[in-house]
Design a protein around this ligand. Structure first.
Ligand code: SAH
Ligand code: SF4
Ligand code: F3S
Length: 456
């Protein structure tokens, strides 16, 4: 069947978390299946899709400006269309629906997080002159697994195992825009993982807002630990997962860091705050002690694990003492990476009702102090790797120098090394090389690739 999308060019601007990035890959897959060609720039594109995020205010306000600026960019001369088609999806699409087309009159299509699969139909209708297309569903009835994907890298894949979230942390908009948690069947997960392995994928990252609660909606078995076993058995070389909620991280899952061949020694375990009072106000449902106990169990099983976390500074009512608790926790745990955020009020969430007397400058000062500590600890934690030999999964060339390869260590550290004579970094992308680490900085390690005869 001929689609008016056939032969058109498109680009996708993706914001927010890996869920959106993965959804964008599905969109690319669907549009390519209809004969469209993905291009890099808006100038070359007949269709522009924005996959949006509203987890914090900054991303939210930026979108409106970006969509508005599309008006000034002329359509390519060879385009069969008379006007560029602009679509907004993702979490702002889900939250704002119709309101978006009122604020942005030149927008053609709005879709939400529950109906990715409708995008081709909506685009077709808009192209055929049927007017603005807005379709946002309250919830999805099933897991959208049947959609094709076009992955960013041929050797790495994100594999969603749950969608949505049931946790309702008091600051967070995600449960409102992604809906209730739904688990995908283990058969589906394993089948997708097996397809990836067969097609040469080296690394799979299992995705969910809280992978640890996998299977709650399926009753009884399987649970997340079973998924880890099953995906490991597909023969994948590297397995990772994100994100974990500390309240649901079980001993069974922790033990997998000691027993599973493919599970990489890196864990992202968002703590959000080190203060019990703030954790309670955030509705996180664990204490500082519980979190620290988890960390010590994890290190018992795998002493050389790289931990990362998310922290919100300036949650309403956070006192100087609360912040010190967070600061001390970051000092004590020792994270390879911390994603720090200043609290952003999200209308419709319970925390938006809490008054906050803390001046903005005080919050900024706390934030800056925390960022300094995070960098200091990251630098310190990378030092022991100097002198070791690390297997790197090459991603391509480093941004700074075309001759340098950039890749990831098992602990998910970025590693740079000069490409061996006669090969370019891009030719090595998706392969493993052994790198002897010569130097460690805050956010990356550097070293040299070991040749076949080189002694360690
Ligand atoms: N489901 C994941 C994270 C989703 S959002 C989890 O629970 O770990 C990613 C991060 O954004 C959160 O971990 C939190 O640190 C931050 N975040 C969420 N809502 C926020 C808000 N209103 N203001 C500032 N940061 C926020
Ligand atoms: Fe948001 Fe909490 Fe769900 Fe994460 S677990 S998505 S922070 S509500
Ligand atoms: Fe943002 Fe939606 Fe992810 S709000 S963080 S893109 S789930």
């Amino acid at each position: 069947m001929h689609s008016p999308i056939n032969g058109l060019t498109f680009c996708i601007h993706t914001f927010g978390c890996q869920m959106n990035k993965h959804d964008s890959e599905r969109i690319a897959g669907m549009l390519e299946a209809l004969g469209a060609l993905m291009v890099e720039t808006v100038e070359e594109s007949d269709i522009v899709v924005f996959m949006t995020c509203c987890v914090r205010e900054a991303a939210d306000t930026r979108l409106y400006g970006q969509v508005a600026s599309m008006k000034n960019i002329p359509l390519r001369a060879e385009s069969p269309l008379s006007k560029r088609v602009i679509a907004v999806g993702g979490c702002i699409g889900q939250r704002d629906g119709e309101k978006l087309t009122e604020a942005l009159p030149h927008l053609d299509v709005v879709f939400g997080t529950h109906n990715l699969g409708s995008l081709p139909r909506l685009l077709e209708a808009a192209i055929e002159g049927q007017g603005k297309q807005v379709e946002v569903l309250a919830a999805s009835s099933e897991f959208p697994t049947e959609l094709p994907t076009s992955r960013e890298h041929s050797w790495a894949a994100w594999l969603p195992i749950t969608i949505g979230c049931n946790n309702f942390c008091s600051y967070c908009i995600v449960p409102y825009v992604r809906g209730r948690e739904k688990s995908r069947s283990i058969e589906d997960i394993v089948a997708e993982a097996e397809r990836y392995v067969a097609s040469g994928v080296k690394e799979i990252t299992l995705l969910g807002q809280n992978v640890n609660s996998y299977g709650r909606d399926l009753y009884g078995k399987p649970r997340f630990a079973d998924i880890l076993d099953a995906v490991d058995q597909t023969g994948i070389e590297r397995l990772r997962f994100a994100t974990s909620h500390p309240k649901d991280l079980t001993d069974e899952v922790i033990e997998k860091f000691g027993s599973l061949r493919s599970l990489m020694p890196a864990l992202h375990l968002p703590v959000q705050s080190g203060s019990n009072a703030i954790l309670a106000a955030m509705n996180r449902r664990y204490s500082r002690d519980h979190y620290l106990r988890l960390i010590s169990k994890i290190r018992d099983v795998q002493p050389d694990i790289a931990l990362s976390t998310d922290i919100i500074v300036g949650f309403p009512g956070e006192t100087a003492k609360d912040f010190e608790d967070t600061y001390r926790l970051v000092e004590e745990v020792g994270y390879h990476q911390v994603f720090t955020f200043i609290y952003s009020k999200r209308e419709g969430t319970p925390a938006a009702q809490i008054e906050d007397p803390t001046p903005r400058e005080v919050i900024q000062e706390r934030f800056d102090r925390l960022v300094d500590l995070v960098q200091k600890r990251a630098f310190e934690l990378n030092q022991p790797d100097v002198g070791s030999v690390v297997p790197i999964l090459v991603e391509g060339s480093s941004k700074r120098d075309e001759r340098m390869i950039a890749g990831k260590s098992p602990k998910n550290q970025t590693v740079h090394a000069l490409a061996p004579q006669g090969v370019t970094p891009s030719e090595l992308a998706g392969t493993f090389v052994n790198v002897k680490i010569d130097d460690a900085k805050t956010w990356y390690l550097s070293g040299h690739v070991l040749g076949a005869n080189e002694r360690l």
